[in-house]
Design a protein around this ligand. Sequence first.
Ligand code: NAI
Length: 279
Amino acid sequence: MANNLLKGKKGLIFGALDENSIAWKVAEKAKQEGADFVLSNAPIALRKGDIFKLAEKTGSEVIPADITQIDELEMLFQETMNLMKGGLDFILHSVGMSPNVRKGYPYMELDYNGLSKTLDVSAISLHKVLQTAYKMDAINEWGSVVALSYIAAQRTFSSYGDMAEAKAMLESIARSFGYHYGRKRRVRINTVSQSPTLTKAGTGVKGFDSFFSFANCMSPLGNASAAHCADYCISLFSDYTRMVTMQNLYHDGGYASMGISDHLIQNCFTCQGDCFEKL
Ligand code: NAI
């Protein structure tokens, strides 16, 4: 289904860990659509080695950077612009990590050093990427930046922990920076709020199977896969969405607009509510 939507465009893709990663699918599609890009991930993630297979497949370079470290981001942008012989047209921020979620700490027992790390890696990193790019004038006019979010920014998902705070902040940074970068260079910045997806980060959340099944039954179109998400990101990098900015865009098969579905009523709830006492 390639349409050369990104022909001639240059990009930077953060967050491809393995073939399930959303960023991995975006990289594959971006290549099919004619883009050239650099892949980046944390040095520790490179040890797994999968990203080099993706680099080979897409004819890309891999440049390691911890997305929370400004000096590493500056080097990354400089090297990327050297390789691309100029500024960038798109950036994908597909990065998230919570030490509290990883360790299974309940929301009422957060470790605050862990919370700082969660916010730094999963949200403030978007600001760091944008601020570095802004200072270095690394994004071309009409460029597009997309970061991945989740509906726990708006609603409570009880085991999503402090990632909910991170996603709320991430979406806010996209709006706030969207104004400034829009004025400076007509760069657009959006978040895509994606369905539960079977990836390393996704399945690390307690009760992920239930998140996944519930959303799948609730959404009229079912859950959006990582491949669907990649298609949507490509459209946001393309020239067809030039006037879309500062938005949180739901990419979830309709889930965000649902209250309850016939499918759930018929197939899932049989207890008449009397199980509440047993919880
Ligand atoms: P993933 O585990 O494949 O990707 C997360 C990436 O973040 C990894 O590549 C990891 O190495 C990278 N990362 C972590 N710390 C980093 C650091 N300090 N510097 C640079 N990179 C770092 O999982 P997935 O699902 O593809 O996650 C991508 C994004 O999508 C995340 O923001 C996640 O919260 C979001 N998302 C995921 C959903 C899901 O159910 N999987 C649903 C909605 C949003």
